[in-house]
Design a protein around this ligand. Structure first.
Ligand code: CAA
Length: 384
């Protein structure tokens, strides 16, 4: 039975994230978004407060927390700043968890403490110009040279790509083996042959650092391969199943943040002699928003809870991402409608949340891919 009686620690983490988002992120978020500015100082503080390696074992300088605490914190940060929250999600769910769960002791000793404190940032390099949803079609190659791989290829849409110190790169080592010939390699950004393309000028999450990355004859020691030869595609899929819970929490935060702004505004703004919240046209919108957001929250919490119990979370994680991202899109638009003209200008924060919402239906698997994953899981009899 699912138990959502939160511990004092979980509630304290949520409150700390809310306080950090309101007091540190909110004052500069509009300017950083407008200027597409990498949030150096804010990210450093996130590292110091433990938001970048929340679930990592304390022996690697992590917070040793559960997934429920993590999604509660992500929701609060995503109510304000989704350039910072996507960094948090990628660094925690894909990079730190990927290395902690599937990496060698040597890899953990070398990289995990740096990543969980924010001294280093990581990125996850799966997408390519011709391999987005169809992720098995990797063109990047990692040729086995005995003691190392020779890595060549191009990755794009890489979150944190311009600033990451460590890249997890999926590459094809044996084309005849298809997805079973793909390896996941840990590549340090300052190695010879790694070059970074221009920063993407995006609709939303504009302060997030999205780049194309080129690898040209990069020598990657065999010791930097994650898992056995050919494990790279399974590694990417397993890690992404957890990553989708993080993006679902981000989408939940966008929807909930927009709702909170609409609710506050509707209680203050008067029209026809009373607060607009007292008009049924607005009150019913608020009722719909709160209902959908609570349903999304339950799915996100269920996915995190399944993960914490060691149960299969693939289907529920995809359901949470599919549903929460739809609510983020729908209710950020509705929140603008509640604020009217004020909602359409940057100063009121809601238009940014609407622009940020769209990417949650695209990255870490589009909504179409989530439908595919969910339907396959149903048909194979996944009980959760
Ligand atoms: N866990 C473990 N293994 C899995 C898995 C999972 N969740 N999903 C698939 N696999 C395994 C399968 O068992 C299969 O292995 P075997 O053949 O050895 O049994 C192998 O992976 C291939 O799976 P499929 O046959 O299902 O492959 P497919 O091509 O039909 O479908 C897909 C795969 C689910 C569509 C996959 O390509 C996919 O998830 N695509 C979306 C990619 C994606 O999410 N990209 C996000 C980029 S990262 C990002 O966005 C981060 C960021 O910056 C914010």
């Amino acid at each position: 039975m699912i138990d959502f009686s939160f511990t004092d620690e979980q509630l304290a983490v949520k409150e700390a994230a809310r306080e950090f988002a309101q007091s540190v992120l909110k004052p500069t978020v509009i300017d950083r978004d407008r200027e597409m500015r990498w949030s150096t100082d804010e990210i450093r503080q996130m590292g110091e407060l433990g938001f970048l390696g929340m679930m990592v074992d304390p022996k690697y300088s992590g917070g040793g927390m559960d997934s429920l605490s993590y999604v509660m914190a992500l929701e609060e940060i995503s109510k304000i700043d989704n350039s910072c929250s996507v960094l948090m999600s990628v660094n925690n769910s894909l990079v730190c968890t990927g290395i902690e769960k599937y990496g060698s002791d040597e890899q953990k000793d070398r990289y995990l403490s740096k990543l969980s404190t924010g001294e280093w940032i990581g990125c996850f390099c799966l997408s390519e110009p011709e391999a987005g949803s169809d992720a098995t079609s990797q063109r990047t190659t990692a040729i086995d040279m005995g003691d190392h791989y020779l890595l060549n290829g191009t990755k794009n849409w890489i979150t944190n790509g311009g600033s990451a110190n460590l890249h997890i790169v999926m590459a094809q080592s044996d084309a005849d083996a298809g997805h079973r010939g793909i390896n996941a390699l840990l590549v340090e950004a300052d190695w010879d042959g790694v070059s970074i393309g221009a920063k993407e000028d995006k609709l939303g999450i504009r302060a997030s650092d999205t780049h194309t990355i080129m690898y040209s004859d990069v020598k990657v020691p065999k010791a930097n391969r994650i898992g056995d030869d050919g494990f790279g595609f399974k590694f990417a899929m397993k890690v992404l199943s957890g990553g989708r819970i993080g993006i679902a929490a981000q989408a939940l935060g966008i929807a909930a943040g927009a709702y909170e702004l609409a609710l506050d505004y509707s209680k203050e703004r008067t029209a026809f002699g009373k607060p607009i919240s007292q008009h049924q046209a607005i009150a019913f919108k608020l009722a719909d928003m709160e209902t959908d957001i609570e349903a999304a929250r339950l799915l996100v919490y269920k996915a995190a809870w399944l993960k914490d119990q060691g149960l299969d979370y693939t289907k529920t994680g995809s359901q949470a991402k599919l549903f929460a991202s739809a609510q983020a899109m729908k209710h950020s638009v509705e929140a603008i409608q509640v604020l009217g003209g004020y909602g359409y200008v940057k100063e009121y924060h809601v238009e940014r949340l609407m622009r940020d919402a769209k990417i949650t239906q695209i990255y870490e698997g589009t909504s179409e891919i989530q439908h595919l994953v969910i339907s396959r899981e149903i048909l194979r009899g996944n009980l959760y």
